[in-house]
Design a protein around this ligand. Sequence first.
Ligand code: G4P
Length: 294
Amino acid sequence: MNVQWYPGHMAKAKRMMQENMTLIDVVIELVDARIPFSSKNPDIDSLAGNKSRVILLNKSDMADPKFTAAWKTYFEAKGFFVAPINSKTGNGIKQVQDIVMKACAAKIERDRKRGILNRPMRAMVVGIPNVGKSTFINSLVGKASAKTGNKPGVTKGKQWIRLNKNIELLDTPGILWPKFEDQAVGMRLAMIGSINDTIINTTELSLELILFLCKNYPTELVKRYEIELTEEVTDQKIASSVLDKIAIKRGCLIKGGEPDIERAALLVMDDFRNNRLGYITLEFPDLPKEPNPS
Ligand code: G4P
């Protein structure tokens, strides 16, 4: 993983994205289905201007299906075309080409009125590091693709991958950077393992996760570690007593039989990141009362 957060790097990625944006019709934005808010950079809205927009809730195999459905409704209400996918297994990928075409329908109609027929729609994949862009492109493109552009003798240009007669995809994804202004965003990115653990202390991370789980997924926590939750877990201090219980139950002990908190914290984070606690979504949308997809 090893994400590098250099300002220079970010500025270059943004410049490249701005440049590529002028070439495309539709933006395919990947977000992590477990943290659709924190894995999304709002700057993309101004960068994308009036391009057609698709949001794919990737890694939906790890998220809570009922909240994935809720996020889909939420983004659709904002006018996006949305689908949950699993790029690793290819689940949900088949529908992507249809969704891209639906997102471009208005544009195709405008083209038609101007006498432009059968022009393929050009798409670019964007998303923050580690959200699954490369895995998605590989899954979408498969083996049946033909690369266009960069023909011998032609000046080096962009590589376009022809998905079918209607869609071409830019082969390099655009990199967005998460918005770290809100501390909770950084925390959730660290929880899913998108930020190096050295940035946020693992014990603190696990206590925040335990707090969240006790409130939102207590059954999963109790079942996994065979512990009892005897009081409401409202702060890190109480969460720390839960972590003690987990350490004891799992034999994470230091000399003298005291709980080894650091080892237990690592265990909890590893269990969470590998779905051993079940399907968990870390943030929920504020659903509009009357979804009104456009
Ligand atoms: P990026 O280009 O956006 O930086 O992300 P990349 O495709 O490299 O994917 C980052 C990690 O996320 C990879 O795991 C990849 O396998 C995993 N991944 C991508 N899409 C999905 C998905 O839909 N579901 C799940 N469960 N995982 C997904 P890795 O640990 O870095 O590599 P590896 O374990 O696959 O070898």
